[in-house]
Ligand binder design. Structure first.
Ligand code: GTP
Ligand code: MG
Length: 244
């Protein structure tokens, strides 16, 4: 009874249920990972250990939250797709977002040693997140294509940039050389100057990673729009079926 005078404060809480019958996408992104990757001496432009750590966190997410049917990751970000019918925490946005981001961040720190056995974690890594609902498979496909185009553009630029820097150019020179160049010119530069065939670089670097469970029907629905490239242990690298 003593509490009843104060219960009115609950009326200030806002309703934040996500739209029903839509794909829920949670995108998690490392906070200040530019600095974090420098401080922990990640390989440039891609650190396989760091990417595999992100992939393992994503796998742990699929185990912890069974409504996640598909996940796509690149660099310091990962997108998680929850099935349309999900009733996870009654679809309350703040619950879903806070719990998934918190879980992912914890697992990242928890598994760090497994991927960087000789590197001390200097400070706690943390992630931000956002949640968006998509009403159709087409829009969901476009969402994933958007993230994958970003992966391609950044990776191709970074591959050229670091090849130039490692060959003795200053960062400013490398930046100026690449300014305004198109995809084909970057591929030529890599091939002519560094004998690198961009298309043969690891798919995980060029296209990102994805994680999904095989046996759920809802997963198959999503995988229709995706083309898994290679199969690993419960993990696949994929290509969104859409050119850029
Ligand atoms: P906020 O997300 O806004 O906090 O910024 P951020 O510093 O995390 O940068 P952003 O998310 O835009 O980009 C991720 C950054 O992480 C990249 O720019 C890189 O500096 C770094 N990063 C991610 N993956 C790797 C990697 O495999 N190797 C290296 N060297 N750096 C990486
Ligand atoms: Mg980031």
């Amino acid at each position: 009874m003593a509490n009843s005078n104060y219960e009115y404060v609950k009326s200030f809480e806002v309703e934040d249920r996500l739209m029903p019958s839509t794909w829920i996408v949670v995108r998690i992104d490392g906070c200040h990972f530019h600095r974090f990757s420098e401080d922990h001496e990640f390989d440039k432009p891609n650190d396989e250990r760091a990417l595999n750590l992100m992939n393992s966190c994503a796998m742990a997410m699929l185990e912890e939250f069974p409504d996640i049917v598909f996940a796509y990751g690149v660099s310091d970000e990962y997108s998680f797709i929850l099935k349309k019918t999900s009733q996870l925490y009654e679809r309350r946005a703040s619950k879903i977002l806070s719990l998934t981001v918190s879980f992912f961040s914890s697992v990242y720190g928890f598994m760090w040693k497994e991927f960087f056995p000789n590197k001390k974690l200097k400070y706690p890594p943390y992630f931000d997140g956002r949640v968006v609902c998509y009403p159709s498979a087409k829009i969901l496909q476009d969402y994933l294509a958007w993230r994958q185009v970003d992966c391609h553009i950044n990776n191709q630029y970074n591959t050229c940039f670091w090849a130039l820097v490692k060959s003795g150019k200053s960062k400013m020179e490398a930046h100026n050389l690449l300014k305004g160049t198109q995809t084909q010119e970057k591929n030529e530069l890599l091939f002519q100057q560094f004998s690198i065939n961009y298309n043969t670089l690891p798919a995980m670097f060029r296209k990102g990673s994805c994680v999904f469970k095989d046996k759920q029907t809802s997963v198959q629905e999503v995988s229709l729009v995706l083309d898994p490239l290679t199969t690993g242990k419960g993990r696949r690298y994929c290509e969104v079926q859409r050119g850029w």
